[in-house]
Design a protein around this ligand. Structure first.
Ligand code: AMP
Ligand code: MG
Length: 324
């Protein structure tokens, strides 16, 4: 019997990426990245970018993959509406033309599952930190439960927004990290944790104000220390509450070495494992969509065309986990 191979398409925001995976590995991946000329991500422009590149991205992936496709998976949400719709339209057309099933996947869960695939993590508490999303999740009884999440903007967007306001190019996260390395002191900024949730917009505004009085490296450093401490606090409480013995870091902001260091210290203090996937699996990528598609496909899950509408607010805890 030939192996199951799934083609997955990601395009919830800035990155358009198609990949083919089988049960062992990523067979092929092709990416086209939208780079705003000025400012941040413009949803309609990003969607136009995806529409312009989707044919070549899919064609290239199929050419490199050379395998028979068992199903087409796509990000059904959460994400930017115009981008989601562009990718979903392409996925539907492709599934119909290849005459294979369609599988709509939750983007946040794909980040978790690719981490469980590409690291030794089995049943972790996941800190998922990306542009638009910031959540602490863990599996329990058929769902990935959200233990804590942002009450306003995602940590990546907060960093990008702050960076933009001080004249740094998009994406701002890596620039803030770089500048923070040369800081000489910590400036107190609003630390907002409410129950198990956190908020970043007050911190972003305060940081924007602070650059009038303090050096940019000091403000970048203080922004990171404050925001990351909030994330680590909630992650630690989710670990204490669930009794899980592993923490997994997911999402583009996970590239930040200070965030990794802080999580590592927390995990070492508690005597639990800390896992970070390779960088290519951290930011948005097609392989994670294809891999979650593969897990869902094997568990018998299919998305009829009539139920393939995108959902920009698709919550990970609304998805039924049929593969664990
Ligand atoms: P994603 O939405 O998961 O693809 O992640 C994109 C986000 O990650 C953007 O907001 C970036 O600014 C952010 N990001 C990427 N690298 C870093 C870094 N080294 N430190 C902080 N944020 C980062
Ligand atoms: Mg993401």
């Amino acid at each position: 019997m030939s192996k199951i191979s799934i083609l997955g398409i990601e395009g919830t925001a800035w990155n358009l990426s198609a990949a083919i995976v089988d049960e062992d590995d990523v067979i092929a991946e092709t990416t086209a990245t939208y780079m705003p000329k000025t400012g941040g991500i413009h949803p309609r422009e990003a969607a136009q970018h995806h529409a312009n590149h989707i044919t070549e991205v899919v064609r290239e992936t199929l050419k490199k993959g050379k395998s028979e496709i068992s199903a087409v998976a796509f990000s059904q949400g959460p994400g930017l509406g115009p981008c989601l719709r562009t990718v979903a339209t392409a996925a539907r057309a492709l599934a119909l033309s290849l005459d294979v099933p369609l599988i709509g996947v939750n983007h946040c869960i794909a980040h978790i599952e690719v981490g469980r695939w590409k690291t030794p993590a089995k049943d972790p508490v996941t800190l998922y930190v990306s542009g638009a999303n910031s959540q602490v999740l863990a599996y329990r009884k058929g769902h990935y439960r959200v233990f804590g999440e942002t009450l306003d903007i995602g940590i990546g967007n907060a960093l990008d927004k702050f960076a933009r306001s001080v004249g740094l190019p998009h994406p701002g996260g890596p620039k803030v990290e770089e500048l923070a390395r040369t800081a000489t002191k910590y400036i107190p900024l609003p630390y907002t944790v409410k129950g198990m949730d956190f908020s970043f917009s007050g911190l972003t505004t305060a940081a924007q104000e602070s650059v009038k009085k303090y050096t940019l490296p000091d403000v970048c450093h203080s922004f990171q220390e404050t925001a990351f401490a909030m994330l680590v606090e909630v992650t630690e409480r989710a670990v204490a509450h669930t009794g899980k013995r592993e923490v997994l870091l997911a999402g583009g902001v996970g590239a930040n070495s200070r965030l990794r260091e802080m999580l590592k210290i927390m995990c070492e203090d508690r005597g639990i494992e800390f896992y970070v996937p390779e960088k290519r699996f951290m930011g948005d990528n097609g392989a994670m969509i294809a891999y979650l598609g593969l897990l869902m496909y094997k568990s018998g899950y299919r998305t009829p065309i009539s139920e393939s509408k995108v959902n920009p607010n698709f919550r990970p805890d609304d998805a039924v986990v049929t593969w664990r």
